[in-house]
Design a protein around this ligand. Structure first.
Ligand code: DX5
Ligand code: ZN
Length: 216
């Protein structure tokens, strides 16, 4: 079985996005990971709708949209208008998480919940059967190119156990500082979807990096 790979566009060259999207279109990447940051929930602002409109229009891959914004329920409708495969909101940023998840699923899109490095996976226990994906943050959200937090290895295991215990069909995504060195153990522990930014875009051979992650 091979992993699902979602390159994070935040590490792309924004001076020539078309080139990087064309590189992804001809690659074996499965989804394009879109990091939306509002400067409130996280200490950084990334990009908004005009940029995502452009990415969506050029991409032949579905979008995996990761909302790092406060009160994400305000914008669910808008983000579902794209060729969206997954729409992920943060557990810590959502007041009525169950309602938001149901809204996403009602439009036939996978509903994801992201949790920060300090959040115990047990906080997901009452929602795990309802979500399609958990995005386990292996860095503090806000920036690409950060160092992978080692505690994430055991957290993936804990999350996998919770999923099995609760008989959930939810898939595990790991996001932040992922590379070929840590990806093997992540997959061994139960991760199915790998997000990678710097590891792919800062390489001289992004296709090769994508293939290496896919083969795990
Ligand atoms: C962090 C973002 C990540 C990040 C991944 O806030 O959610 O998706 O862009 O980039 P790397 O792989 O460089 O850590
Ligand atoms: Zn992300």
């Amino acid at each position: 079985m091979s992993s699902i790979v979602a390159p994070s566009i935040l590490s792309a060259d924004f001076g020539n996005l078309a080139k990087d999207i064309s590189m992804l279109n001809s690659s074996n990447a499965d989804w394009i990971h879109i990091d939306v940051m509002d400067g409130n929930y996280v200490p950084n602002i990334s990009f908004g709708m005009p940029v995502i409109d452009y990415i969506d229009s050029l991409s032949n891959k579905p979008l995996d949209i990761h909302l790092m914004i406060s009160k994400p329920e305000r914008y669910i409708e808008r983000f579902l208008d794209y060729n969206t495969k997954v729409l992920t909101v943060h557990l810590e940023a959502s007041k009525h998480l169950h309602r938001t998840i149901e809204e996403i699923k009602s439009r036939g899109v996978m509903a994801g919940v992201a949790i920060n490095p300090h959040t115990d996976v047990n906080h997901l226990s009452e929602i795990i059967k309802d979500v399609d994906l958990v995005c386990l943050m292996s860095v503090n959200p806000g920036f690409s190119g950060q160092k992978f937090i080692e505690n994430s290895f055991s957290k993936v295991k804990k999350l996998k156990n919770l999923i099995l215990t609760k008989k959930s069909k939810c898939e595990i995504q790991v996001d932040g500082g992922v590379n070929i060195k840590n990806a093997k153990e992540l997959v061994k522990n139960g991760a199915e979807i790998l997000v990678a930014g710097n590891y792919i875009f800062k390489s001289n051979n992004p296709h090769e990096k994508i293939n290496l992650l896919k083969k795990i």
